[in-house]
Design a protein around this ligand. Structure first.
Ligand code: G3P
Length: 220
């Protein structure tokens, strides 16, 4: 499973990129709105300088014709742009048209296995089931990830399942075990994944013993 970073913050992208584990970035209007009025295009170009991988950029048009025009514009910004389109009837038509033109689409706001199937049949490159938002309303969001993976694998569909709306490290583990091809995670979750209290204790103990063994100078 690959990890993408779910953020529009260039500082967070730069910090996370140093770890060498981030293969792409996903953004949306909510994440961009936190960035104090920066232009979407400028931010995407900045991210593209740091991460050499897919960058999902969300369309906000509401009709198929407008979505296709907007998708063409967003895709022209950089070769790594993947256009995000929410699934509804207009979105599905736009996904099919964009995919036929060779514009890669990440279908967003997927909340049911049938929406995932339709998006995959329309040619979407990525399917984004929203785990946390389903959990929020009392459903098992991770079950949707399992269903999406089973559908694409059973039927040999080329779409990749991108587990989204992940809120904590356990979600990431569960997405990996569910067979998600990609998990997109907020920066805070990435940093939580790195940490374990026993690792910190272990490092301290090794350092103390390294001083005793004369491997490093003692603190005093
Ligand atoms: O990847 C989609 C994500 O940005 C949505 O997350 O936490 O707003 O449901 P959340």
């Amino acid at each position: 499973m690959q990890l993408f970073l779910d953020t529009a913050s260039i500082d967070e992208v730069r910090k996370a990129a140093r770890l060498g584990v981030i293969s792409g970035v996903t953004t949306n209007p909510t994440l961009l709105a936190k960035e104090g009025g920066v232009s979407y295009r400028q931010r995407v170009l900045e991210i593209a300088e740091v991460i050499d991988g897919p960058i999902s950029v969300e369309c906000v048009s509401r009709t198929a014709d407008e979505l296709v025009c907007e998708a063409r514009e967003l895709a022209s910004w950089h070769p790594n742009v993947v256009v995000k389109i929410p699934i509804d009837d207009q979105g599905l038509e736009a996904i099919a048209r964009c995919s036929r033109e060779g514009i890669r689409v990440n279908t967003t706001l997927i909340f049911s296995p049938n929406q995932a199937l339709l998006a995959a049949l329309a040619g979407a490159a990525y399917l984004s089931p929203f785990v946390g938002r389903l959990d929020d309303v009392g459903h098992d969001g991770m079950e949707l990830v399992r269903q999406c993976v089973a559908i694409v694998e059973t039927h040999g569909l080329p779409a990749r399942v991108l587990a989204a709306s992940l809120r904590h490290p356990l979600h990431v583990t569960q997405a990996a075990l569910a067979g998600a091809h990609i998990a997109t995670i907020p920066p805070s979750v990435l940093w939580q994944m790195v940490k374990h209290p026993l690792t910190d204790v272990g490092i301290e103990r090794f350092l103390a013993d390294a001083r005793v063994a004369g491997l490093i100078p003692s603190a005093d």
